[in-house]
Design a protein around this ligand. Structure first.
Ligand SMILES: [Zn+2]
Length: 116
């Protein structure tokens, strides 16, 4: 039996996916559920005249913006190894790079794989 995601040989496993593909699917599901819940709540609020713009990840989560050499760094988590970071010439650029990295689940999962 082969993984439906990447085609890796699964041996006698009962699952249709290897652990890596399984984990990535879970991350994707979490992301989609979160986006859907936020969109639903905002739609309700709009009905009551409250119009919220969707917050960017760097607004929504507790990130730290600091200067690192001649680059700004927007970091979520304890450090660069365990967390997620974006870099840029300005604090805004660092946050935009962070938002991009946040939405790229594959990048996040790949990093976890290398680190873990
Ligand atoms: Zn797989």
């Amino acid at each position: 039996m082969k993984c439906k995601g990447c085609g890796a040989e699964l041996g006698s496993s009962m699952s249709a996916y290897c652990p890596d593909c399984h984990k990535q699917a879970a991350l994707r599901n979490l992301h989609e559920a979160r986006e859907k819940a936020v969109a639903g709540a905002m739609k309700t609020l709009r009905r009551y005249g409250i119009d919220l713009r969707p917050a960017r990840p760097s607004d929504r989560y507790d990130v730290r913006v600091s200067i690192d050499g001649d680059m700004w760094c927007c970091l979520y988590g304890e450090n660069l190894q365990d967390g997620l970071a974006g870099f840029g010439a300005t604090p805004g650029a660092a946050c935009r790079a962070f938002d991009h990295a946040w939405d790229n689940e594959a990048e996040l999962a790949a990093r976890e794989k290398v680190d873990g």
